[in-house]
Write a protein that binds this ligand. Structure first.
Ligand code: AMP
Length: 499
C-alpha cells in the first residue's frame, strides 16, 4: 500500500461513502479503490510499473472515467483524457503526440478508436475488461512522476500537452479545496467536459480529494440540470462556464411561474455557484443573481496553472472582477520589459507556485518561451489590479487590440455593446488595417425582433465610450462561433468579416 498518490491515499479513510454517481449507477470510495486497483493491474499486465507511460482514455463521464484515471495513476502511468466530442483526426493527433502506449475505451468509442489503435500499433483495452482483472502489487509512485497531460490549444498552432506531476496536481487541488472549503458532505453536479482542466480539477479532483460526492450528467442539458437543481435535496455545489449560465437562464425563462419558484428554491439550497474559464458578462451575473440568489463566484485559471485568481468565498464578490490570488499562488502584473506595474496600470499576468505545470510534452522550446528566467509562468493574459482586486482585460493576443496607437480591451467594448437593447450577444475582434493597425469589429446576435445598422450602433457607441473603441465594422449573425467548451472562438469571429 505504499503508493503515495495523495488523492488515492486520502480515499482509504472514506470507506463506503458515496464517491460517484452517473447514469448507470453509483460507486463508493472503497469500491473505487478496489476497481482502480484492478484497472491498474490490467494496465500493468506483466510490468511492475508503467514508469510514466501515457495511457489515453475515452469514456462517458462517470465511474468508468475515474476508474481509468486512477487505474493509470496507480499503475505509474500518465493519464491522457481524450475528448468525447473530437472526431477521429483529433483523437489520433493526441494519441500520436502524447506517444500513448495504451488506449482505454468504453465500448461506445471502440469503433472510432480501433482503426487508430491498429494503425499506430497501440493496445486498445475496453473499460469492461479493466474491472475484472485480478489485483496485483502496485508500484510506489513518486510525487515527481507525471500524472496527467491535458491538451490545450493556446492561441496558435496545434494543441500541446500540458504536463502535471502528482506533486503539481496535488498542489492545484489543495488550493481549490482550501479556497472553496470543500468538505465531505458536499455534492457537486458535474456537466463539464472531462478532457479540460475545469471539469477535471475544480469539480472531480476537488470532490475526490475531499471525500465528497460527484454526480455526473452524461452531457450538459439545461432541462436536466434544472431538474436536478430543483428536485435534489443533496446538491451543494454547481460550477460551470458563462455560456452554461446563459443557457440555464434561457431555460428558466421558458418555465412557468410555479416551476421557476422551485428552480430558484433549488439554487438557494446550494452553498456555492462558481463561473470560470471565460469572462463572465456582468449582465449574466446580475440576471443569475435575480434567478438564484447567488452572486456567482468568478475565478480565473488556466490549464497550465490550475486556478490563479478568484473572488472570495466569504466577503464581497465584485462583478466583472476575478478577485485575488488562490492560496499558495503568487501572481504579478508586469509591463513589456518584465517590471511589475503599479495598481491601476494594466500588465501581463505572471504566475508562480507549486501548482504551475511542468512543461509542454516534448516541446522544450515552447516550454522555455512561457517561463521567465526567474521561473514565472507567462499566461499571455492582461489584467489590471484595482484596490488589490484583479480585473481581466483579455488575452494579449486576441482580446487586447491596438487601434490608432490606443490599447483597448475587446472585453470592455463587448460589455458596453451588451447594454444595447438590440444586442443579445456579441464578440469584438481586431482586424488588421494598414491605417489603424487594427480596426474594431463587432459580430452580434440580435435580441428577438430587433434590427441594427452600423450607423445607429456607431452614433450610440460614441455616447458610451471613447471614439476609438467604437466598432467600425458590424456583422449580424445567427450565432457566435464557439468551441465545445462554449468559449467564443475569436479567430473564427474574425473570419466572419472576410470578403
Ligand atoms: P484554458 O486553459 O482552456 O482553461 O483557458 C485559459 C484561459 O481562459 C485563460 O488564459 C484566460 O484567457 C481565459 N479565462 C479563464 N478564466 C477567465 C475569466 N474568469 N475571465 C476571463 N478570461 C478567463
Amino acid at each position: 500500500m505504499a503508493e503515495s498518490i495523495p488523492i488515492v491515499d486520502r480515499a482509504r479513510a472514506r470507506g463506503d461513502q458515496l464517491a460517484l454517481i452517473d447514469d448507470r449507477g453509483s460507486m463508493g470510495y472503497a469500491e473505487l479503490l478496489d476497481a482502480s486497483a484492478r484497472a491498474a493491474s490490467r494496465l500493468l499486465d506483466a510490468r511492475d510499473d508503467l514508469e510514466g507511460a501515457r495511457v489515453a482514455f475515452l469514456t462517458p463521464p462517470g465511474t468508468d472515467y475515474v476508474v481509468a484515471q486512477w487505474g493509470t495513476w496507480r499503475a505509474g502511468g500518465i493519464a491522457v483524457p481524450l475528448c468525447t466530442m473530437h472526431p477521429a483526426p483529433e483523437l489520433d493527433y493526441v494519441i500520436g503526440d502524447s506517444g500513448a502506449e495504451l488506449i482505454v475505451a468504453h465500448p461506445e468509442y471502440h469503433a472510432v478508436l480501433e482503426p487508430i489503435a491498429r494503425a499506430r500499433g497501440v493496445r486498445l483495452l475496453s473499460t469492461e475488461t479493466l474491472r475484472d482483472a485480478q489485483p496485483r502489487p502496485l508500484p510506489t509512485v513518486p510525487g515527481d512522476r507525471g500524472a496527467m497531460l491535458i491538451y490545450t490549444s493556446g492561441t496558435t498552432g496545434k494543441p500541446k500537452g500540458a504536463l502535471t506531476t502528482h506533486a503539481t496536481l496535488s498542489a492545484q487541488i489543495r488550493s481549490v479545496v482550501e479556497a472553496w472549503e470543500w468538505r465531505e458532505d458536499d455534492r457537486i453536479l458535474h456537466v463539464l467536459p472531462l478532457h479540460h482542466l475545469h471539469g477535471i480539477l475544480n469539480l472531480l479532483c476537488a470532490a475526490m480529494w475531499s471525500g465528497a460526492t460527484c454526480e455526473f450528467l452524461p452531457r450538459f442539458d439545461p432541462e436536466r440540470v434544472w431538474e436536478r437543481i430543483a428536485d435534489s435535496e443533496e446538491l451543494t455545489l454547481f460550477m460551470a462556464v458563462p455560456t452554461i449560465y446563459a443557457k440555464l437562464t434561457e431555460a428558466f425563462d421558458r418555465a412557468d411561474t410555479e416551476r421557476q419558484a422551485a428552480m430558484s428554491a433549488g439554487c438557494k439550497r446550494l452553498r456555492l455557484m462558481v463561473s470560470g474559464s471565460a469572462a463572465l458578462p456582468v449582465p449574466t451575473l446580475e440576471r443569475w443573481r435575480t434567478i438564484s440568489g447567488h452572486t456567482l463566484l468568478e475565478r480565473y485559471g488556466m490549464t497550465e496553472i490550475g486556478m490563479g485568481l478568484g473572488n472570495p468565498l466569504h466577503g464581497e464578490r465584485r462583478p466583472g472582477h476575478v478577485g485575488v490570488p488562490f492560496p499558495g499562488v503568487d501572481v504579478r502584473l508586469v509591463d513589456d520589459a518584465g517590471s511589475e506595474v503599479a495598481d491601476g496600470t494594466s500588465g501581463h499576468i505572471e504566475v508562480r507556485g507549486p501548482g504551475v505545470f511542468d512543461g509542454y510534452w516534448n516541446r522544450e522550446e515552447a516550454t522555455r518561451e512561457v517561463f521567465t528566467d526567474d521561473g514565472w509562468f507567462k499566461t499571455g493574459d492582461v489584467a489590471v489590479r484595482e484596490d488589490g482586486v484583479y480585473r481581466i482585460l483579455g488575452r494579449q493576443s486576441v482580446d487586447i487590440l491596438k487601434t490608432g496607437g490606443y490599447k483597448v480591451s475587446a472585453l470592455e467594448i463587448e460589455a458596453v455593446l451588451r447594454t444595447h437593447a438590440a444586442i443579445a450577444e456579441c464578440a469584438v475582434v481586431g482586424l488588421a488595417d494598414p491605417q489603424w493597425g487594427q480596426r474594431v469589429a463587432a459580430a452580434v446576435v440580435l435580441a428577438p425582433g430587433q434590427q441594427l445598422k452600423l450607423e445607429t450602433l456607431r452614433s450610440w457607441g460614441k455616447e458610451q465610450m471613447a471614439h476609438y473603441k467604437v466598432p467600425t465594422l458590424l456583422r449580424v449573425v445567427d450565432a457566435l462561433p464557439r468551441n465545445p467548451m462554449g468559449k467564443v472562438q475569436k479567430p473564427a469571429v474574425s473570419e466572419l468579416f472576410q470578403g
